[in-house]
Design a protein around this ligand. Structure first.
Ligand code: FPP
Length: 240
């Protein structure tokens, strides 16, 4: 099977990585950003067109304020430090998720990163920040309801394609491969609509230890799968 066009990753295990070393959780997240950098680089070299990373979920607000602030700080630092390089490498950056409760300076940074990279075509890095799949679907439903109220849309004209067009990911193909690190086999409210036919690969590595070899391994596992999208296997089809 060919290379996945779109890889999504749930970057899990930063806290456990830190705890195992007697370090504060924030250090695990810092090392997580290094793994993120390595991954963006490795995916680019391998020719992956779309990479989408889960960096802060709408449920992560339940964590202590100190940790929430540390995660916000890391996003700020990442965009500030890496934007020029991403621009130079031709990567288009998008941030998906709710803009609600996000500090104004982060909104400004996000806007700048999206604007300054919008003409880039060599690769697509999407960071899910303040993102929750159900929240995204609810926002999409509200947008469609508003279109109906405005007289621009009939309820019977709403189909899956129309629905997808008002999701945050309207510009992205659905992920072919979803990787989750740290061995947990959960979706955790990530890209609920978009992963209908996505292949899942769960890896037993904590996110700060993730590197290009793990990415290559996950791609190999994906390539050994047979994707049927609800149809029969090739063999079954031949039998009629
Ligand atoms: C899971 O580890 C990871 C997260 C909650 C967020 C991932 C965040 C980063 C990689 C850093 C942020 C980077 C940017 C650019 C915003 P966990 O804390 O749930 O780990 P645990 O399950 O072991 O406790």
């Amino acid at each position: 099977m060919s290379l996945p066009k779109h890889i999504a990753i749930i970057m899990d295990g930063n806290g456990r990585w830190a705890r195992a070393r007697g370090l504060p959780r924030a250090v695990g997240h810092e090392r997580g950003v290094e793994a993120l950098r390595r991954t963006v680089e490795a995916a680019g070299k391998m020719g992956i067109e779309y990479l989408t990373l889960f960096s802060f979920s709408t449920e992560n607000w339940r964590r202590p304020a100190e940790e929430v602030n540390a995660l916000f700080g890391l996003l700020r630092a990442y965009v500030k430090r890496d934007l020029e390089r991403l621009k130079a490498e031709g990567v288009r950056v998008r941030i998906i998720g709710s803009r609600e409760n996000v500090p104004a300076d982060i909104l400004e940074l996000i806007g700048k990163a999206e604007r300054e990279t919008e003409a880039n075509r060599r690769g697509n890095l999407t960071i899910a920040f303040n993102y929750g799949g159900r929240e995204e679907i609810v926002r999409a439903a509200r947008a469609l309801a508003q279109n109906v109220i405005d007289g621009a849309l009939l309820p019977e004209d709403i189909d899956a394609e129309q629905f997808a067009s008002v999701l945050d990911t309207s510009m992205l193909p659905d992920p072919d491969l979803l990787i989750r690190t740290s061995g947990e086999a959960r979706i955790s409210n990530f890209l609920l609509w978009q992963i209908a036919y996505t292949e899942l690969v769960i890896l037993d590595v904590l996110w700060p230890d993730f590197d290009g070899d793990h990415l290559a391994g996950a791609i190999t596992a994906y390539q050994q799968r047979e994707r049927r999208f609800g149809a029969l296997a090739e063999e079954g089809r031949a039998d009629g």
